[in-house]
Design a protein around this ligand. Structure first.
Ligand code: NAP
Length: 338
């Protein structure tokens, strides 16, 4: 049996794409005692994967040249020499762009069949947990307050908008292009969504935030964050959750922040990482699971299939072509590699 993997070949000038990855094919190795083999069935692409192809300091180290590209996956144990990892169970873990992974128990979580692969990789993982934790543990929204969400049509944005609405907030999205702004209002139900690529962005944002933003869920930083800072309500809370504009820039140090408005509105910036709340993941998943079953929270993914398409789909995702979480199937329903 052979294993296909994608490894980092070179660092991108701007956004990572097929030219930056090498396909490596090698025979699968026999398992050692305490190990199990996972057949990867589905992978989830993330903005941080693009960031890690670049060589700059961040919350997580850059990929080394020649290293397997890491990412969250859903898979099934097909062979085992570990009593804690029985054959046939489904797992999620950060196992990367490959067909088969050799794992030890601490690398994965065994997941129930109560939820689908898509749900385990989205609502019940970083995309759902991040806004649930940031809103409930830090921002603590009040009904009637205004929430502004950047990258509102992205993987985390789609759950942030929905959770904000469930909290009774007035939700204003920010996204690139009319296809995405329409998606955020018509499919997610946001009260308004503003196109940051439009010439009238600043005026549109000021219009949508007429009473000021009480909470800004900042996934992108940069000029978008500056524009929102001009529309903060008194004592606003800024949840600094992501930095897509800096990640995608050739100069990640360039991340303007007009602190004048933050100061004048006596706003507070909270730098947020979901990993600081690891102990709450099980209880948060129980709550998100209930919302999924009640159909109060819905998934919005862009689905693909085929291992070899992964690098080009990453490039499309980084350049903003897709909505929601981008998922790629690596196996068909019979378990054949695709
Ligand atoms: N703090 C945490 O615990 C935590 C957890 C997970 C992820 N994150 C971070 O959250 C951020 C978003 O992650 P995600 O997975 O949800 O990504 P994403 O929003 O699904 O994907 C990136 C999106 O960013 C937008 N974008 C690209 N360049 C931009 C720019 N220059 N200015 C504004 N928007 C731009 C694009 O949408 P448009 O077409 O709308 O531009 C693109 O679709 C990332 O920085 C990630 O590292 C943080």
């Amino acid at each position: 049996m052979q294993n296909r993997q994608f490894i980092l070949k070179s660092r991108p000038e701007y956004l990572a794409g097929p030219e930056n990855f090498d396909l490596k094919i090698s025979p699968v190795l026999p398992l050692k005692q305490g190990e199990a083999r996972v057949a990867v069935e589905m992978v989830a692409l993330s903005a941080w994967q693009g960031m890690r192809t670049k060589d700059f300091k961040n919350f997580i180290r850059p990929f080394d040249l020649g290293e397997l590209i890491d990412c969250d996956v859903f898979g099934k144990i097909i062979e085992t020499k570990c009593s804690d990892l029985p054959e046939g169970v489904s797992v999620v873990g950060r196992l990367g762009w490959q067909d088969y992974a050799v794992i030890k128990p601490e690398q994965v979580s065994i997941v129930s069949k109560e939820f689908s692969a898509e749900e385990w990789l989205t609502a019940l993982s970083s995309p759902g947990q991040t806004p649930y934790l940031a809103l409930s543990q830090v921002a603590r929204p009040m009904p009637g307050e205004t929430l502004v969400v950047s990258s509102a049509a992205g993987a985390i944005g789609v759950y942030t908008v929905q959770l904000g609405l469930l909290s009774g907030m007035r939700v204003i999205g920010i996204a690139g292009g009319s296809r995405k702004t329409e998606f955020v209002t018509t499919k997610l139900g946001a009260h308004a969504c503003v196109d940051y690529k439009s010439k009238s962005f600043k005026a549109d944002l000021a219009n949508a935030c007429h009473d000021g933003a009480n909470i800004y869920f900042d996934l992108v930083g940069g000029e978008t964050a500056d524009a929102v800072s001009e529309n903060l309500a008194k004592n606003a809370k800024i949840l600094m959750v992501g930095r897509v504009s800096a990640n995608n820039s050739n100069d990640p140090e360039w991340d303007p922040a007009n602190m004048r408005h933050v100061w004048s509105q006596e706003a507070t910036i909270y730098a947020f990482s979901r990993y600081s709340y690891k102990n709450l993941f099980p209880s948060v998943n129980a709550k998100i699971g209930r919302l999924l079953k009640q159909k109060l929270l819905k998934m919005h993914n862009t689905n693909f299939s085929g291992f070899e398409n992964t690098p080009s789909i990453l490039n499309q995702m980084l350049s903003g072509q897709h909505v929601g979480k981008v998922l790629i199937k690596y196996a068909d329903t019979k378990g054949n590699r695709i």
